[in-house]
Design a protein around this ligand. Sequence first.
Ligand code: GLN
Length: 544
Amino acid sequence: MTRFIFITGGVVSSLGKGLASAALGALLQARGFKVRLRKLDPYINVDPGTMSPYQHGEVYVTDDGAETDLDLGHYERFTGVASRQSDNVTTGRIYSDVIARERRGDYLGATIQVIPHITDAIKEFAQADVQDEDFILCEIGGTVGDIESLPFLEAIRQMRNELGIERTMFLHLTLVPYIPAAGELKTKPTQHSVKELQNVGIQPDILMCRADREIPHSERRKIALFCNVREERVIPGLDADTIYRVPLNLHEAGLDAQVCDFFGLETPNPDVSTWKEIVQRVISPEGEVTIAIVGKYTELKDAYKSLDEALTHGGIANNVKVNLEWMNAEIFEADDEDAVVQRLEGVHGILVPGGFGERGTEGKIRAVRFAREHNVPFFGICLGMQMAVVEAARNLAGIKGAGSTEFGPWDDPVVGLMTEWIAEGVTHRRDEESDKGGTMRLGAYECRVRPDTEVHRIYGADVIFERHRHRYEVNVSYKDALESAGLLFSGMSPDGILPEIVEFPGHVWFVGVQFHPELLSKPFNPHPLFISFIEAAVAQSRLV
Ligand code: GLN
């Protein structure tokens, strides 16, 4: 029997609903249950793929090629369960499906309304693609009280009636702020937030109260009384020194025990030793390394969420703390050679991440050149790999007019718009005029790794599957010229047309990948490329 846990948030946004959901998923897993997490987002974009990272943070890509909310990254990192297209839906997608059905004539004769047509579509989605999972944890984006979330709240209210209390639970996250002038934690915002929920017919079963300090017993009792929730189901969610401590904190606070109690499930106490080990490694590293991230959206950490985590995982594997120095690539454009050297000479590794648009790309190319010429570990991801190829073309292969057609015409388009490729036997075609949404090369693709290369040693495999999200691709017709100049194409698509990995033999560590390995890294199973990159950075730290 599949049970549904609906997670809502109140008072303010950014309470860490996604993390709390992911941590609860991990705890239920540790109790032996099969879980799946999904997210219902109230915004009108069909998916977050067309949104700027400044608006929405990273776009997380699934194996099956969905562009999704970054919370799905947390879900995967905490549970190891690969998300699917069916795990993230938005108001935009719901409406476009309903409108397409209306045009087809599926509802002939009816007036299409939010209730029941939109709410039915939401309920259908929440229950779609469910197999033998014991729990579906369904996070509702946004904050209770927003106009946009109303249809979602109405849909989950209906689900409680339809599936019964034995199969549905409402978990509500709130904030209990500390007011310094009064020297007190305040419960009123929580009371108001629960009232908002009750107004739409939802009585939370469990409250998780975020606070920056211990919530005294008296305040928990007050919340329980005013919010109509049992006292032991008022769970404190205290700030943590590392996100990987959240499962441990919530377990200690009794969250998973209360969820099981609510559903009348009895299981032995879960084994949370993996999380203890991870936390231990994060908080007591044996050394540290500094990695420069030369990117575009460097002011907003959420824009590179998975990358940030994957580097932490690489640190966990090597027992070191990874300090990240976020550098806006544009600053390198105005620099002279000495200034570039000054900025980068102390770092133990340089990473150029994915990105879109021309801004800062010449700066990225300079950072690549520095890493190559000074033998500093270099990792280029997606746009970072493309820039590494342009750098090698211009400065090693003598192809002076090399560039990417993403930024206009070049004499030598060593990176060009992909106009045709094959995915699972289906040929995809694109041109300059194609729609922007959902039309990139997306999701997991096979890559053949060339034997006797550094990446083959790192992966220990001939064939790998990695997730993609890009429109442009290194042009294979420049392969021979670039290889003669020393850049080795160590991974290719199975048909040999799309270059997927490049490396510089002889360099301490220089790898560029067209895909996004950060999306697959887990704290309990760090990605091999990140383990290896940080290992190289550790070696570098002994030199500088
Ligand atoms: N802008 C580049 C492309 O579309 C790289 C994309 C990325 O880094 N994710 O190919």
